[in-house]
Design a binder for this molecule. Structure first.
Ligand SMILES: Cc1cc2nc3c(=O)[nH]c(=O)nc-3n(C[C@H](O)[C@H](O)[C@H](O)COP(=O)(O)OP(=O)(O)OC[C@H]3O[C@@H](n4cnc5c(N)ncnc54)[C@H](O)[C@@H]3O)c2cc1C
Length: 482
């Protein structure tokens, strides 16, 4: 029975450490596996902890209240007053998210792992999870290689997949109508991220603000995504700088401009395009200076559970489809996945039905707005810089934009509609498209209000209805960066 557990958590990142800790605190015998060395908890890839590391204070408060974890400024890093998105011409700015932090990620993750171990979790580092063990349509364990390359198998009543965006557990599930095994390439953002100490030539708060996480919307510089400059603690003018891009948008942009840019060349161009930076010095502490990775920006998987299986964080495509912020949902889902796993084990039912309450709670707490945000993201990717400039100035007030970013659907104010009158055909078309997409967002929100209470509650039909609305949106708005 040595290799038998109540719960196995695969992946000791944000979602995984919290899922393991919360299951253990509910009395479960928990095994946590990660391919990283013990000294590098939560490192996503050989490239490092590739992330912007911006997180809202409300998400930190959530885990503090739920689990009692206290953080110091060593882990929380740089406090910020909010996230500001700037139009390509830098003339419009919308503020989102409120107070938060740009985390010192390696230290933050080390704290979470330490907390999981103190909660009684058995942790095995340097273990590469390769496959789910499947018996009679149930996931009953995982197999993989330990640090000596020895093949091993571990079994549990529930497996929680927290392997991040490249998970090889979700991708190897049996064919099923609940969880998509793949993510469409158009729903992925390819990202680059550097950590620099920079010498600033002159102050300009549109490019670097020590109190604000800045986002630059610009379809030439970051096609289908955005660039960011986030301030970091621990030194003067230390920054986390990066871009997110969509492959189809890069291709369309290169074709229109006769260029051959790649993610890597666009990343370097973005750094050069920040006019106030006089010189940069790579901060390669923890080998975390330069990295490239991906983030899924679709709605989370319609079901997060299968027989004996749950998923949390990036393995389930949880990042916010507009901002790509995935730390918050990884923290929330990690905590509640661990709790629901323990409830199901105690109730003796780890079937899809037994694990379903996790689906329902995540939907209520976070998930029910993401499909509508995905529709808006698809619309935004169809706007070139001129339309983004015009739209951010005329279409939405700051309050309306904030509502959209939180997955709400504003009634577009009479003023913005009036301002629009007689200002060019393409702008009017873009405005009519905005009205269209906001209606679509309303429809998606109302579908998610009726999230099935159990897998038998017409889930397959419900999922089809979501897919239909999303596909209609994708058919209407194609990537159009130039
Ligand atoms: C460039 C970039 C910028 C971002 N910026 C932000 C931001 O500013 N704010 C924000 O909120 N979100 C941001 N995100 C998203 C955020 O980083 C993720 O949503 C978050 O890290 C998800 O946490 P997770 O625990 O689900 O997965 P991960 O952090 O990916 O952790 C997965 C864990 O699984 C382990 N693992 C993977 N495969 C295996 C295997 N086969 N065997 C064993 N272990 C394995 C890994 O070692 C890792 O420890 C960004 C993402 C990127 C790529």
């Amino acid at each position: 029975m040595e290799n038998h557990y109540d719960v196995i958590v695969a992946g000791a990142g944000l979602a995984g450490t919290l899922a393991a800790a919360s299951a253990a605190r509910k009395g479960m015998k928990v095994l946590l596996l990660d391919k990283n060395k013990e000294s590098e908890p939560g490192k996503k890839t050989n490239w490092g902890w590739v992330c912007g590391d911006a997180v809202a204070d409300s998400h930190i408060q959530f885990i503090r209240k739920k689990l009692g974890i206290e953080f110091t400024k060593e882990e929380l890093g740089q406090p910020v007053e909010g996230v500001v998105a700037l139009s390509p011409d830098l003339k419009s700015r919308f503020m989102f998210d409120g107070k938060g932090y740009v985390l010192e990620r390696p230290k933050f993750e080390a704290k979470l792992l330490d907390f999981a171990r103190k909660s009684g979790v058995h942790f095995i580092p340097e273990f590469d999870v390769e496959n789910p063990v499947i018996e009679k349509d149930y996931i009953v364990g995982v197999s993989g290689k330990d640090k000596t390359m020895k093949h091993m198998e571990f079994r549990a009543k529930v497996i929680i997949d927290c392997l991040g965006v490249a998970t090889n557990l979700r991708r190897k599930l049996p064919d099923n109508p609940y969880i998509d095994k793949t993510v469409d390439i158009d729903d992925m953002e390819s990202t680059g991220r550097y950590i620099y100490e920079v010498e600033i030539e002159k102050e300009d708060l549109n490019y670097y603000d020590p109190k604000i996480a800045l986002i630059h919307l610009n379809q030439v510089i970051a096609p289908g995504g955005y660039g960011w400059v986030f301030p970091k603690a621990g030194g003067k003018n230390r920054i986390n700088i990066g871009i997110g891009t969509q492959k189809s948008s890069i291709e369309a942009r290169n074709k229109a401009l006769g260029k051959k840019d790649t993610l890597h060349s666009l990343m370097d161009e973005y750094v050069k395009s920040i006019p106030i930076i006089k010189s940069v010095k790579l901060d390669n502490s923890d080998n975390n200076g330069k990295g490239y990775w991906s983030v899924a920006v679709r709605r989370q998987m319609e079901s997060l559970v299968y027989n004996g299986y749950m998923g949390a964080g990036d393995s389930m495509a949880m990042p916010n489809p507009i901002s790509a912020g995935g730390i918050g949902p990884a923290l929330i889902s990690g905590v509640i996945a661990g709790e629901h796993a323990a409830n199901a084990v105690k109730a003796g039912d780890v079937s899809i039905k037994g694990l379903w309450p996790y689906n329902f709670e995540f939907n209520e707490m976070y998930g029910k707005k993401t499909a509508c945000m995905e529709a808006f993201r698809t619309y935004m990717q169809s706007l070139n810089n001129d339309l983004l400039n015009f739209g951010m100035k005329n279409f939405l007030t700051s309050k309306e934009a904030q509502e959209v970013a939180y997955g709400m659907t504003p009634e577009l104010g009479a003023i913005s509609k009036l301002k629009l009158a007689a200002k060019g055909l393409s702008n009017i078309e873009a405005f009519m498209d905005l009205v269209w997409v906001i209606n679509k967002m309303k429809t998606l929100n109302s579908i998610y209000e009726k999230y099935p209470r159990s897998p038998d509650d017409n889930f397959v039909e419900w999922k089809q209805s979501v897919k239909r609305e999303i596909e209609e949106t994708q058919a209407k708005f194609k990537p159009h960066p130039i």
